[in-house]
Design a protein around this ligand. Structure first.
Ligand SMILES: CC(C)(COP(=O)(O)OP(=O)(O)OC[C@H]1O[C@@H](n2cnc3c(N)ncnc32)[C@H](O)[C@@H]1OP(=O)(O)O)[C@@H](O)C(=O)NCCC(=O)NCCS
Length: 280
């Protein structure tokens, strides 16, 4: 049973509360697993704040392929310093994993290990670069994330916050897609084009949508807020809000779902203010 959420907290308070919890967990883990202490110090404990540690971790994870740890860390630091909303988005993504993933028992897991979180934060830095015309570096980050995390999100894609990529294997999100706040996406999901369209050709996913494993949503279709897409479905037409669709091609199988459809899978969409007190 989760504790009731604390009152609304601002972005910086939210980030600080997660950072404090991360440090506490890392200190505990370094004591109980001394073999991990050097890693935990390097990845987390030696850093002054959440953003610096996040940049270090993205550098560590993405830099491994081409020995580019310092370069990638520095570009992440540059983006995080220039745009404070990136750190808040990362904190909200971590919170989404923490709240909605029944297998998640700590803040360390999403921060250090969950490749869905790493892939999302890589895309957010890539999108920041993309908006500034630094497309080669943005594509470089996309390529590294695709190779390392099996999550391929185009840097132009517009992502909301509080997104949960469960398992985060085989996820493809095309260039002109948009993904709203508080969306949950399971593994092997494609938000792609049909191959027949040019230009604005990818899906627009509303707030709070649950996209189950293996679903393919194709074309410039709109999925209304808090709709559910069943596992293995192929969605080719718009989905109204609060409806569940299934099958190939997907058809409605349910009327209005619960206010928060992902709760049916033991996930929930909590607002920014709702970080459980006992977990932070
Ligand atoms: C979409 C979903 C949540 C619907 O659950 P539900 O509301 O309990 O629906 P039901 O299981 O009662 O099924 C309702 C109808 O839709 C059909 N249906 C359900 N899921 C379907 C699917 N993925 N594809 C095709 N038909 C499906 C059922 O056969 C049933 O049809 P019927 O009325 O003719 O008997 C669930 O089927 C689903 O896909 N969950 C995602 C699971 C997942 O991704 N797991 C991965 C974990 S790693």
């Amino acid at each position: 049973m989760r504790a009731s959420p604390p009152p609304f907290s601002s972005g910086q308070v939210f980030i600080t509360s997660i950072w404090t919890a991360l440090r506490t967990e890392a200190e505990d883990a370094a004591r109980t697993e001394p073999g991990l202490a050097p890693f935990l110090r390097e990845a987390l404990l030696k850093h002054p704040d959440f953003s610096t540690a996040l940049a270090q971790n993205l550098g560590r994870r993405l830099g491994i392929l081409e020995n580019q740890e310092a370069m990638i860390r520095d570009v992440c630091l540059e983006a995080l310093a220039a745009d404070p909303s990136l750190a808040e988005a990362a904190a909200r993504d971590m919170n989404a994993s923490h709240e909605r993933d029944p297998a998640c028992r700590s803040w360390l897991q999403p921060f250090l290990y969950f490749k869905g979180v790493a892939a999302l934060e890589t895309q957010r830095v890539g999108h920041w670069l993309w908006q500034r015309g630094r497309t080669t570096l943005a594509f470089h980050l996309q390529s590294l994330a695709s190779q390392l995390f099996q999550v391929d999100i185009h840097p132009a894609t517009i992502l909301g916050t509080g997104i949960f990529l469960d398992h985060a294997t085989g996820v493809v999100i095309g260039e002109t897609s948009t993904v709203g706040d508080d969306v949950s996406i399971l593994h092997a999901v494609t938000l792609g084009g049909t191959g027949r369209e040019r230009g604005d050709r990818h899906p627009k996913i509303g707030r709070g949508v649950l996209i189950s494993a293996g679903a393919k949503i194709l074309g410039n279709v709109t999925v209304g807020e808090e709709a559910r897409i069943a596992a293995g479905s192929v969605v080719l037409t718009d989905v109204p809000p609060h409806v569940t669709v299934a099958g190939v091609p997907a058809r409605p199988i349910r009327g209005p779902t619960s206010p928060h459809p992902a709760e049916a899978m033991e996930q929930s969409f909590l607002p920014l203010s709702s970080v459980s007190e006992h977990k932070v």
